[in-house]
Design a protein around this ligand. Structure first.
Ligand code: IMP
Ligand code: MG
Length: 216
């Protein structure tokens, strides 16, 4: 059983920077909260992986900021590789996954840490775990910055979770909507106006949710 992750609530007193106020409704997790949480997560990962060189496998593109901060906090020998995962076509729901970049490192007999930005329906991680298991690593542990448990359809949990979040469509700190907003240093709730104007409006998955599906 993993230790419970802190829950993020959309009542942060920190104001959205003026530049983003039209597009981002509110801040869910601040830059400082992210940094602090990643330091704690790293300590937990270090305890579990001590003694062997691990292979960190990170899913593109959503993990770029999280990964960079996570691995610089890990005082462990590691090698790093990426798998590109994307969903194409008109469908905004996850499920129609396309691998855009294959793993190149050999993970046979290795300890693998699989990193993703957010665990939502679970379809991405289930698919990628299947691919990885076929390569016969010694073990695979999964690490995600965000967990949206309310949306899960697959039977999967991550071993390391940064924050539990409610069923909102979030952007920033690597997470995108239509490839935008990855550069925001915080995690924020996307303003409904943004996806209303989108040429490919996402289907709301629940009344609370600004449901869009973008991979990477
Ligand atoms: P899953 O396959 O449904 O678990 O979705 C995982 C992927 O969907 C993540 O790696 C993200 O790229 C994307 N995703 C899911 N929820 C969000 C969100 O709220 N904002 C941005 N991307 C999301
Ligand atoms: Mg992703």
């Amino acid at each position: 059983m993993r230790a419970p992750a802190p829950a993020a609530h959309a009542d942060s007193p920190v104001r959205v920077p003026t530049r983003w106020r039209k597009e981002v409704e509110r801040i869910l997790i601040t830059e400082d909260e992210i940094a602090q949480r990643i330091r704690r997560m790293s300590r937990g990962i270090e305890r579990d992986f001590t003694g062997r060189e691990m292979v960190v496998v990170s899913l593109l593109n959503g993990t770029v900021l999280f990964l960079a901060d996570l691995i610089r906090n890990l005082s462990l020998p590691l090698r790093l590789d990426f798998i590109g995962v994307s969903s194409y076509g008109a469908g905004t729901e996850s499920g129609n996954l396309v691998i855009t970049k294959e793993l190149r490192l050999d993970v046979r007999g290795r300890d693998v840490l699989l990193v993703d930005d957010i665990l939502d329906t679970g379809k991405t991680l289930v698919r990628v775990m299947g691919k990885l298991r076929a390569l016969k690593p010694r073990r695979i542990k999964t690490c995600v910055l965000l967990n949206k448990a309310a949306r899960r359809v697959e039977d999967i949990e991550a071993d390391y979770v940064g924050f539990e979040i409610p069923d909102y469509f979030v952007v920033g700190y690597g997470l995108d909507f239509a490839e935008r907003y990855r550069n925001l240093p915080f995690v924020g709730v996307l303003h409904p106006d943004v996806y209303k104007q989108s040429p490919q409006p996402p289907k709301p998955a629940s009344p609370k949710r600004a449901g869009a599906r973008r991979k990477g």
